[in-house]
Design a protein around this ligand. Sequence first.
Ligand code: CP3
Length: 365
Amino acid sequence: MSHDAIAFSLEEPSTIAIGSSRFVRACLQQPVDRTPVWFLRQAGRYMPEYMAVRKHHSLLDICRTPEIASEVTITAAERLGVDAAIIFADLLLPFTPMGLDFEFVAGEGPVVHTPVRSLEHVQALRTDRAEDLNYVAKSIEKVAAHFVGPRADGDTLGIIGFCGAPFTLASYMIEGGSSRNYIETKKLMYSDGVAWPLLMDKLVSVLVAFAQQQVEGGADVIQIFDSWAGALSVADYRQYCLSWTKELVERVKAMGVPVIYFGVDTASLLGTMRETGADVIGLDWRVPLDVGWKAVGEGCGVQGNLDPITLFAPEGVLERRVKEVLDAAAGRAGHIFNLGHGIVPGTPVENVIRVVEWVKEHGRQ
Ligand code: CP3
């Protein structure tokens, strides 16, 4: 479906679901009444309501139980008053049906016990069990049922499904967890002209199926997290990452939903990331929003990009920073207000809510 077709059919909203909320319209660079706002990691450890649920359930139990995952998603979106809800899930969930065991270790983050380091191991990864991830689609169905119809301001809440990008997921598989220098990932990338492309192909095939389930479950938009793409030079990104990411973006867009493509530390990569064909590029906070948008180029939206740590600043500073982001966007269609990365534990919830209120007040487009 072309964007023109969507713009035209907005005059008859009953005939088309897409483009029906200010969040989705902004993703498509269509005019909106005000800048939409949501936050990366809006349901997380900074929020007492989440911690209360977390006390009784592990992270993976929450992700895999649609009743709980949907409740956590809904509670965060309603508490904050944001324009979109991101489904509560995790980037690493597809590892399980691919045959790779992992766990979240307190204070350490994700741990893959047998990291993928050889062609044999890549060959052994399975791509035929993506159906096992259907619990995420079930969570989305529940969130969509809850948010069906307009809210008090007449706008429908957007529902975001998500998955990792092939490079970022490959880095977790190969490093066995989070990494500083990506030595093992780059070793495999540079030295094995068979294992690397095979791994990326396998990831794309599982991620396409996973995204399809989420769209069928009711996701309005899919965000692809390439959180660690910033570890790559432009040349390496182009050689080892771009074609697979582009394929994933194209195949998700063909499902009829806009795609947001996000990474951290990506100032030098933005123009190349745009080549994936994503509708919106997520900017981290290091690049001024107007500079980042210029690098992304015309005809593409941007999402971001308040430094998440400004949420710890005095009220006056925080308000100024919010206005600076909005000023840099200058009311252009296609800006979605967000942080430059996720909300961190310890962030005062009331400051997050203040940001939402300031965006609603000042973020006219
Ligand atoms: O509202 C939301 O955004 C929550 C849903 C969500 C989670 N993970 C739940 C989660 C989302 C969108 C993610 C994505 C995710 N997971 C990313 C990409 C986002 C980014 O930060 O760039 C990444 C890299 C992961 C992998 C992951 N999951 C890591 C590295 C960690 C440990 C880091 C930490 O903060 O401890 C997780 C754990 C995790 N996933 C938590 C949450 C709420 C916190 C841990 C917990 O509740 O025990």
